[in-house]
Design a protein around this ligand. Structure first.
Ligand SMILES: *Cc1c(COP(=O)(O)O)cnc(C)c1O
Length: 356
């Protein structure tokens, strides 16, 4: 494995206090960088001071969006060490994303050890207050200076680190969601199943529209029939009806969430019925009015579990569990965060410990 060159920052920043954290606002002192070209492949892995860098106005990623990213977290365990959650699985998904938009794959062990090194160097940036974490953002973008449409011949990979506050600082807060029945996020065969910037650009207008109407998130329906549940905001979606948890299958337009996967495994361990199958918005609204819709929640790295308190679809509203946090949502949140902070047994080997 190639050596990692390290250049340490001479201007260390003040590490934010717990109150200042927020999400994605502060960045640590260092970043990991790798370059790609046709002759050398991925090369020149290095850790350097976090900071701006120059790009050319014709840089391809700016024009055609050939870029991908990941989002994962590291947690401060009770013993002071750092718990990294499912990092290799995130890097495997990073490579799945890369293939779909013709970006060359990275060596998983190489980038994993680069991340470990970066975490050792910036370990002081992993916050320790309950519910806080270090958000890890790996990304790759096309760097050729060229305005023709084709895969770039050069790329840059970076990993930046951002300490983030507790998502539920004031306790679990069920969200109000609006079912979007005009715009769609992604189509089967398109790029909805990978983490690439265009998907998020496509989602903004509907999110703004929902927020103007007083809703927190958009519930996306499928692009073909505007009928089947897909995702909620940038989370996967699960509903519990008549004791059974249902989540849409990974059909090509849904992001294969790591939290979705972790939740499915845990539910199976608990012998709670969980099925991956298509479910229509009409069925969800009907189960709501029949009193059979017990819980609904989003799953994602940022919030872990995000309970849905009410759902709005075409002039109808359905309140779920009287707008309260469901028992299963709470139990799943406690279990997953327990594994992440090291207070619950990690039976699936999801944690890598970075000793500091
Ligand atoms: C990242 C993401 C998710 C959740 O994935 P996790 O791996 O659980 O964080 C779900 N949907 C979309 C669109 C996403 O970008």
């Amino acid at each position: 494995m190639a050596d990692i060159a390290i250049k340490l920052s001479e201007n260390r920043k003040n590490i934010p206090t717990t109150d200042e954290l927020g999400f994605g606002i502060h960045f640590s002192d260092h970043m990991l960088v790798m370059d790609y070209n046709l002759e050398k492949g991925w090369h020149d892995t290095r850790i350097e001071p976090y900071g701006p860098f120059q790009i050319d106005p014709s840089m391809m990623a700016l024009h055609y969006g050939q870029a991908i990213f990941e989002g994962m977290k590291a947690f401060r365990a009770n013993d002071g060490n750092i718990n990294l959650f499912r990092a290799r699985d995130h890097f495997r998904r990073f490579n799945d994303s890369a293939r779909r938009v013709c970006i060359p794959e990275v060596d998983i062990e190489e980038i994993f050890s680069g991340l470990e090194k970066l975490l050792e160097i910036d370990s002081a940036w992993v916050p320790s207050a309950h519910g806080t974490a270090l958000y890890i953002r790996p990304f790759i973008f096309a760097t050729d200076h060229f305005l023709g449409v084709r895969p770039s011949h050069t790329y840059k990979l970076m990993i930046i680190l951002s300490p983030v506050g507790a998502y539920y600082a004031e306790g679990f807060n069920p969200v109000k969601i609006m079912v979007e029945d005009e715009y769609v996020r992604a189509v089967r065969g398109g790029i909805g199943e990978i983490k690439t910037p265009g998907n998020y650009a496509a989602s903004l207008l509907a999110a703004v529209k929902a927020q103007k109407k007083g809703f927190t998130q958009v519930l996306w329906l499928d692009a073909h029939e505007l009928k089947w549940l897909e995702e909620v905001g940038t989370m996967n979606i699960m509903v519990k009806i008549d004791g059974e948890v249902i989540t849409p299958p990974l059909n090509g337009s849904i992001l294969p969430g790591m939290t979705r996967d972790s939740t499915i495994k845990i539910l199976k361990d608990w012998n709670i019925p969980i099925v991956e199958k298509q479910i229509s918005i009409d069925e969800v609204m009907q189960s709501g009015s029949d009193g059979r819709l017990e819980e609904m929640f989003g799953t994602g790295t940022a919030a872990v579990i995000s309970p849905v308190g009410s759902i709005h679809y075409k002039d109808k509203d359905s309140t779920i569990n009287n707008g309260n946090v469901g028992e299963l949502s709470q139990k799943l949140f406690d279990e997953i965060t327990g594994i992440q902070y090291g207070t619950q047994a990690d039976i699936n080997n999801w944690i890598d410990i970075v000793k500091v």
